[in-house]
Design a binder for this molecule. Structure first.
Ligand SMILES: Nc1nc2c(ncn2[C@@H]2O[C@H](COP(=O)(O)OP(=O)(O)OP(=O)(O)O)[C@@H](O)[C@H]2O)c(=O)[nH]1
Ligand SMILES: [Mg+2]
Length: 286
């Protein structure tokens, strides 16, 4: 395990090393304990993306944000999908300029205790996945059909798309800022859970280094799953679409000029490639 020092900021809430994006839909019982755990870690900010949860999760997020300036909330008018929720969170994190951007579920399936390992590994990798399927990783308390579904989806995505990661559907990830600047998450077509596969596909195709850190994934204890049968079918469709893109040789990346226009970065304009080790000394916007 990488030591916690790897994510330590200098104690100033305005100097963040990483933003943790937490998409929420009806996570009233999970959000406060999760945010409390996250804020115990130095140098982390939290971006909650709530889709007008009927159970009041959005209002709870606002109260947490009022208590601590490291917490921000993005409210959306209704359930618009996990993928687009990540996308909204990424746009905010890119605007903040934090060097590392983490995504994780609100339901404690992704234990914050792994964040130091994830962020530590991100010093050598451009995308780090908290993985169930590398040695040392596991899925606890998960029903057999969900494990089989997840295993099958991973095998299918790896085979069809040549993905090298073992846990391609994991939502526990740490991206380096320059990866998101280059990939431009807003151009990803998937809106739901398959957004994760499409992001990984693009990251690998763009030549970034992907690493995996073993985690023990724990089935949610509180609240209900939002994964539906139609999401599963859509994910299959996404894999086929990406496979076709690959076979037909379609570009998967936005034009470079488009990246520059959306996220102006002086080092890209100089044609000097991607900046490494972005300074973390930027204040979060808003
Ligand atoms: N904002 C937003 N969040 C979502 C949406 N769908 C799911 N989420 C959140 O995304 C995270 C993952 O969703 P889960 O329902 O836990 O899906 P899962 O982890 O694949 O399924 P389980 O193993 O059954 O928990 C949770 O924090 C959800 O609250 C959505 O449409 N919008
Ligand atoms: Mg979950």
């Amino acid at each position: 395990m990488v030591p916690t020092d790897d994510i330590a900021g200098d104690g100033d809430p305005a100097v963040l090393r990483a933003a943790v994006i937490v998409p929420t839909y009806n996570e009233i019982d999970n959000l406060e304990p999760l945010v409390t755990r996250l804020l115990e870690l130095d140098g982390l900010g939290v971006i909650v993306v709530d889709d007008n949860s009927p159970d009041g999760t959005g209002a709870l997020a606002d109260r947490l944000a009022a208590r601590d300036p490291r917490v921000q909330v993005i409210h959306r008018p209704g359930k618009l999908g996990l993928g687009t929720a990540y996308c909204a969170g990424f746009a905010r994190a890119i605007a903040m300029g934090v060097p590392f951007i983490v995504t994780m579920d609100a339901d404690f399936s992704h234990d914050p205790c792994y964040l130091p390992a994830l962020l530590g590994a991100a010093s050598k990798h451009d995308l780090v996945i908290g993985s169930r399927y590398v040695p040392g990783g596991k899925a606890r308390d998960c029903v057999a059909w969900r494990v089989a579904l997840s295993r099958g989806a991973n095998a299918f995505a790896r085979l069809m798309l040549g993905l090298r990661a073992h846990d391609c559907t994991a939502g526990f990830r740490c991206y380096r800022l320059e990866v998101l600047r280059r990939i431009d998450p807003s151009t990803v077509r998937s809106e739901g859970y398959s957004y994760l596969i499409e992001m990984l596909f693009r990251v690998q195709r763009a030549g970034f280094r992907v690493g995996e850190v073993p985690i023990e994934f724990v089935n949610r204890r509180r609240g209900a799953s939002k994964i539906s049968r139609s999401e599963i079918v859509r994910a299959l469709g996404t894999v086929w679409r990406l496979w076709w893109q690959q076979v037909a040789g379609c570009p998967t990346q936005p034009e470079r000029s488009q990246v520059e226009a959306l996220y102006p970065d002086p080092s890209l304009q100089r044609g000097g490639g991607h900046r490494r080790g972005d300074p973390a000394r930027r204040r979060p916007a808003g």
